[in-house]
Design a protein around this ligand. Structure first.
Ligand code: ATP
Ligand code: MG
Length: 434
C-alpha cells in the first residue's frame, strides 16, 4: 500500500544543502514559477527537472506543479493553452520553450465522480485536483517525486527520493503491481530512467515487470509511438533495446521483430538492429538529427524480407514485392505502435531503394543518387553491409561515386547488363519478302 501523507511527513532539504540553483533553469521555467507565485499560487519544479539538476545533468525539460487549476493557470499567462482530455495540463510558452504545468492531483478514489475514472485498475481519466501531499503519491518513481519550492528554494521530499537518488535506486512509489496496472507505460519509464540515469531498479519495482509486460498491448498505439521515440532516441538505444528484451517488454512493442530474433540462429538480424541502434546513439551523441523512419526501418527490415520471400518465388518483381511486404508488415506493426504516415512513406522508400542500390549501371543508378531519400537509404545499406562482403562491395561503390564529379560518375557506371542480355536474346528477323 502507498504510504499516506500522515505516515510520512516531508523531509525539507533547505537551499544551503542541495545543489539546485535558479541559474540552471530555463528562463521560461523561472517565469512560470514566479508568475504563479505572484498570482498567489503554490509553484514547484518537479519531476525530471529536479531529478536531473540534483544529479548534475542537464534536464530535457522542466515540469511545474501547482495548486492552481488548469483554468487558473490559463488566466495567469497570456501564452498558455490547455491540453489533454483525460489528463488535463497547461502548456505555457512556445516551441521548444514549453513548460508543462500540472495541477496537483488528488488521491485516486475509484468511481468517485466524473473527474476520475478507473477501470479494472487502469486510470482512464484523472482530473480530480488536490494538494501537494496528495499529488506526491500519484507520481511514478521516488526520484521523480521531489519538489523544488520557488517560495523558499528548498526541495520537498515525502518519499525518500533524495536518498534513492544518491544511491542510484529507481523505486516505484506505492505497490508496484497496482501502479503498473494503473498505467502500464510506467514499465517502459522504469527501463528508460534506469538506462538513461544508470540506476538500478529496486527488486520489488522490477519483479512484476516480467509478468505484466503484456499489459502494454492495451496502450494506445499513438502513445506507444511517443514512448518508443523517447526510449530509442535517448542516446542509449542499444542498452535500452537489450533491457526491453530482458524484461519481455520488446515483444508487445515489436512482435514481428521479436519473433524473428527468437528464431534467429546466425544472429544476423540482431546484428543489423544493434548496428542501427549504435549508429543512432553515435549520431545523437554528436548532436546530429535522427529520424524515426530509420528506427522503424531497422526493426522491420527482417520481418519485411520474410514476407517478401514467397512473393519473389511467385515471380513478383522485386520492387513490387518490397512494397507489398512492407504494407503487410506495417499493418501488423500498427496494432501496437502507430507509425505516422510521413515516416511510413520514408521507411518504404528506404526499403525500395535497397533494391535500387543493387543496380550500379546506366542512368538508373545516377537517378538513384538524386533520390531525396538516397542518403537515408545509403546509410541503411552501410549498416546492412557490416559483416556481409558482397553488400560491402556495393556500399563501397556508392561511397566512392558520391565523391566524384559528373564525368567521374559516368566512368564508374558498370556496363548495362540488362540491355546487353536483352540484345543477345532478341531473335534476328529474317527478311523473307525479297
Ligand atoms: P524526462 O527527463 O523524460 O522529461 P520526467 O521524469 O520529467 O523525465 P515527464 O514525462 O516529463 O518525465 O513527467 C514529469 C513527471 O510527471 C515525472 O517525473 C513524474 O513525476 C510524473 N509522471 C509522468 N508520467 C507519469 C506516469 N505515467 N505515472 C506517474 N507519474 C508520471
Ligand atoms: Mg520532464
Amino acid at each position: 500500500m502507498a504510504k499516506t501523507p500522515q505516515q510520512s511527513p516531508a523531509t525539507i532539504i533547505p537551499r544551503a544543502e542541495h545543489c539546485i540553483s535558479r541559474s540552471q533553469m530555463s528562463e521560461q521555467a523561472i517565469k512560470v514559477l514566479y508568475g504563479l507565485k505572484k498570482a498567489g499560487y503554490q509553484a514547484c519544479l518537479v519531476g525530471g527537472g529536479v531529478r536531473d539538476l540534483l544529479l548534475g545533468r542537464e534536464p530535457k525539460d522542466f515540469d511545474v506543479a501547482t495548486n492552481a487549476s488548469p483554468e487558473q493557470v490559463k488566466d495567469t499567462f497570456r501564452n498558455c493553452r490547455l491540453i489533454g482530455r483525460r489528463f488535463r495540463l497547461a502548456h505555457v510558452g512556445y516551441g521548444r520553450n514549453v513548460i508543462e504545468v500540472a495541477t496537483f492531483r488528488a488521491n485516486l478514489e475509484p468511481e468517485s465522480d466524473e473527474d476520475v475514472h478507473v477501470e479494472n485498475g487502469r486510470i482512464i481519466r484523472d482530473n480530480a485536483f488536490g494538494c501537494i501531499e496528495e499529488d506526491v503519491w500519484r507520481r511514478d518513481f521516488t526520484v521523480n517525486a521531489l519538489y523544488y519550492d520557488i517560495s523558499n528554494f528548498s526541495v520537498i521530499d515525502y518519499v525518500n527520493g533524495y536518498d534513492d537518488l544518491k544511491q542510484g535506486i529507481l523505486r516505484m512509489i506505492g505497490e508496484p503491481t497496482a501502479r503498473y496496472h494503473e498505467d502500464p507505460v510506467r514499465m517502459l519509464r522504469a527501463i528508460r530512467f534506469a538506462v538513461k540515469l544508470g540506476m538500478r531498479i529496486e527488486e520489488k519495482t522490477e519483479a512484476p515487470i516480467f509478468e505484466l509486460a503484456g499489459l502494454l498491448a492495451e496502450i494506445s498505439p499513438a502513445r506507444l509511438f511517443e514512448e518508443v521515440l523517447k526510449l530509442f532516441h535517448s542516446g542509449k538505444a542499444l542498452q535500452t533495446f537489450e533491457s526491453l528484451r530482458h524484461y519481455g517488454l520488446f515483444t508487445p512493442l515489436f512482435p514481428q521483430t521479436e519473433l524473428i530474433l527468437s528464431q534467429e540462429a546466425e544472429g544476423f538480424p540482431h546484428t543489423l538492429i544493434c548496428e542501427a541502434l549504435k549508429s543512432t546513439d553515435t549520431r545523437i551523441q554528436a548532436g546530429k538529427p535522427v529520424t524515426p523512419a530509420f528506427l522503424f526501418a531497422a526493426m522491420l527490415w527482417e520481418p519485411m524480407q520474410e514476407k517478401m520471400a514467397p512473393m519473389l518465388e511467385q515471380g513478383m518483381p522485386a520492387i513490387q514485392a518490397i512494397q507489398a511486404a512492407t504494407d503487410q508488415v506495417f499493418s501488423v506493426q500498427r496494432r501496437s505502435i502507430s507509425i505516422p504516415k510521413r515516416f511510413a512513406i520514408m521507411v518504404k522508400e528506404i526499403f525500395v531503394l535497397q533494391a535500387r542500390l543493387m543496380n550500379r549501371s546506366g542512368k538508373r543508378a545516377l537517378r538513384t543518387l538524386e533520390h531525396p531519400r538516397f542518403r537515408a537509404a545509403y546509410d541503411f545499406l552501410l549498416i546492412r553491409s557490416i559483416g556481409d562482403d558482397s553488400l560491402a562491395e556495393h556500399a563501397q561503390w556508392w561511397t566512392e561515386i558520391q565523391t566524384c564529379d559528373n564525368a567521374g560518375r559516368e566512368s564508374m557506371l558498370l556496363p548495362n547488363e540488362n540491355k546487353k542480355s536483352r540484345r543477345r536474346r532478341k531473335p534476328k528477323i529474317k527478311r523473307t519478302d525479297g
